[in-house]
Write a protein that binds this ligand. Structure first.
Ligand SMILES: [Zn+2]
Length: 403
């Protein structure tokens, strides 16, 4: 299977909980069956939405309506109010008098502490300014933020070019309207296994969902296709460790697939030795990066391995916001392989498959394959099955920030 062919097949919007995401899961399972696996589709519940629409009409001074997009899982609104720009660095700076009953342009992504401060101060609605190439960005609240604040405040994204015009023209009062359909849905992980001589596990992950506005080619039809290509190469082989492929759903909504997987299978975490995650690929103009969560020993081991194999890869210990994280939170070392950089278009409508290169995808299959073979077949795990204190702290900070 040529990875680029699979990228082309699934480069359409496939948001967590959508029918398109389900269809992609089916295509992955079908492909795995062709390679001789017996894939399982494991569903899990999520709160999700259909990307909606909205508008903002300047009233004082009056001007033409501007399109805005409701932030997924926030309240809908049809109301008018005073417009204020909130230019504070942290939510504790918010002056309740300044925002009560107002429509607020907020300086940050709508995370917990910001919405907590804005709802308790009684703000009417929050606007988030997004980059112009992401004007159609339907960002959403995390599941926990939605549960706590979703009904309490309307939020919407507004493109930079529109927002700057409002500010430069001194617009004081606006009317805003948003509408989007919210529902309790399901996403799913597609799981396939290559049984080993022991029940120790190495798990390979890649998410196949996309953000709501994006065809998600590099992020992450690329990793999905790379992981399928790796599954094809490994089919029928038997290693010391059991190798499990987990194609995760709803990653873009807050790592929901890998969180669900690691919780549903929490009884197997103790025998999971390592996780290799593939997220973002196919751009031949940026180098391959490996991000590691574990110990210095793991970093040295991987660095030595890629040098010995002559693989052009930059290795670093750091968090990587993707499906390896929930496993490492439970103490399993993980590694993410990616290619991204200045010319990437992830999370935008321009993340299209024509931008990708098959060789760039296959190089990641090679890198992940080399690492997997060594780890899966090692008699003793070649690095400690541990997360350093420093990395543990980074992981907890990450999950607290993103809650
Ligand atoms: Zn991704």
């Amino acid at each position: 299977m040529r990875p680029i062919d699979f990228v082309n097949r699934i480069s359409y919007r496939r948001m967590g909980g959508s029918p398109e995401e389900k269809e992609t899961a089916r295509l992955i399972a079908e492909q795995l069956k062709e390679f001789g696996y017996e894939p399982q589709i494991e569903e899990f519940p999520i709160m999700t939405y259909v990307p909606g629409e909205g508008e903002l009409v300047p009233l004082e001074p009056a001007d033409e309506a501007i399109p805005i997009n409701p932030v997924g899982l926030s309240a809908d609104i049809d109301d008018e109010g005073e417009l204020v720009v909130l230019d504070v660095p942290e939510p504790e700076w918010i002056d309740a008098e300044q925002v009560r009953g107002k429509i607020v342009i907020m300086p940050h992504y709508p995370r917990w502490k910001w919405l907590e401060a804005l709802t308790s101060a009684g703000a009417k609605a929050a606007l988030v300014v997004v980059d112009d190439i992401r004007i159609r960005a339907y960002i959403g609240l995390s599941q926990r933020v939605a549960k706590e604040f979703g009904e309490k405040i309307a939020a919407a994204t507004i493109g930079y070019k529109h927002a700057i015009k409002l500010v430069n023209e001194g617009v004081r009062r606006v009317k805003i309207r948003t509408h989007h359909e919210k529902f309790d849905g399901t996403s799913q992980n597609v799981v396939a296994e290559l049984p080993g001589h022991t029940d120790r596990l190495v798990i390979l992950t890649a998410h196949y969902d996309s953000t709501p506005c994006s065809p998600g080619a590099e992020d992450n039809a690329a990793g999905t296709a790379e992981l399928l290509a790796l599954a094809e190469r490994l089919a029928g082989k038997k290693f010391r460790r059991t190798v499990r492929f987990v194609f995760c759903g709803a990653e873009e909504m807050g790592l929901l697939g890998s969180k669900a997987y690691s919780e549903i299978h929490s009884d197997q975490i103790d025998r999971t030795d390592f996780v290799i995650n593939l997220d973002v690929g196919g751009n031949p103009f940026v180098p391959i990066l490996i991000r590691i969560l574990g110990t210095d020993d793991l970093e040295h081991y991987i660095t030595a391995l890629v040098r010995r194999e002559g693989l052009p890869v930059r290795v670093r210990q750091d968090i990587y916001s993707s499906d390896g994280m929930p496993f490492s939170r439970f103490g399993v070392p993980s590694l993410s392989v990616a290619r991204f950089g200045i010319s990437g278009r992830g999370h935008s409508p321009y993340d299209e498959p024509w931008r990708l290169n098959n060789r760039a995808l296959e190089q990641i299959v090679d890198v992940a394959g080399k690492i997997l073979l060594e780890v899966a077949d090692a008699r003793l795990l070649p690095f400690p099955r541990e997360i350093s204190e420093e990395n543990k702290k980074k992981i907890e900070d990450y999950f607290n920030l993103r809650k």
